[in-house]
Design a protein around this ligand. Sequence first.
Ligand code: FES
Ligand SMILES: [Fe+2]
Length: 390
Amino acid sequence: MATTALGDPHLDSWAPAAFEHAAGLPPHWYEDPGIFRLERERFLGRSWLHIAHDTDIPAPSGWYRAEVAGYPVLLTRDASGEVRGFHNVCPHRGAPLAAIGDPAATCGAARTVACPYHGWVFGLDGGLKGAPGMEAHPCFDRGAHALRPLRIDRWGPFWFADISGQAPPLADCLGPAVQRFAGARTEAWRRVHRQDYLTASNWKFYVENNAEFYHEPVAHGSSYLSREVSWNNNNAAISAEVSEWCYMQYSPYGPGSPELNGGLKPGTVMPGLGDTWLKGSSIFQFWPNFAWILNPNLLVTYLIDPIGPASTRIRWDWLVPDTPEAMDRANLDPLIALYDRVQREDLAIFEQQQRCVGSPAFRMGALNPRSERGVHRVQELILEHLSGRR
Ligand code: FES
Ligand SMILES: [Fe+2]
């Protein structure tokens, strides 16, 4: 097979394939540092990356720094409430502003943000306010040394960044999800818990897994059989919609669901939810790194952070209705323990898949036509971007 300028023969020969003939991704794409670098260049840095929940950015003013897919970003909120995004790279010699070594650090009530290397100080509007000793420079131009702006946008309380500044508008990428989830009241949910998971596996295993429900009765067999988690206790009734950038899965509660058996304690259900969101569970995966599980009593969001070819961080934010009952630890702790157990079942599989990637036998077989269409879409998006068709 001929090789492309990128040095990968699979990209030369790739053409969109019908679901039935999908061949998956070449095994080395799950471990190759060159492919990971290409993914950052070709789409992670050109798509809407989820970077923060609105409450991460201090109010009434302050800043929040984060790093996603290796891109350092800074969000500021000024006294008027305006939120701005910047690349978190000091215009002097490239150090990140704020504490180093912390993937997400925040500072409330601040009016400035400083570089820890040589002490340059910036306003929340990105302008350079102080540069010690630089008055001795014969032609120093303060205006040319502001922080570089970063394109950001929000959907409800969720902030996204487009590193390239060239991605289509966020609302266009969300497409049908905007209308579909209009009644989910995402602004009304209150964040009560955050948990980071690190896994020694490629980020694509995680996203592919979020876009299918084939594995649930097997990989999560214990909770499936005991009907503990609502999204997999009625597998035959699950429906999934795949749009250009989104995977949306809906599981109506079945007769044995914990919700219908009194699992939703009084006071823990989000008031004002439409019928759809009261009568079922929804899993959502938005390209490339945002996902959630939505139930009437909890909204767990995922920030999927590709750190390296075989290293991924997943941040779970827990949001619940703003009621004393929903926020009570006696209500929350058993739910967190249950979801944590299910999450670890998935992560254990990915780390085992990662070990199989180096085998000459690793290749994808046929996909389940009912429950794995989302996997096909995720892989097509990756192939479309890497092959330059997008
Ligand atoms: S690198 Fe930031 S002040 Fe020097
Ligand atoms: Fe799972």
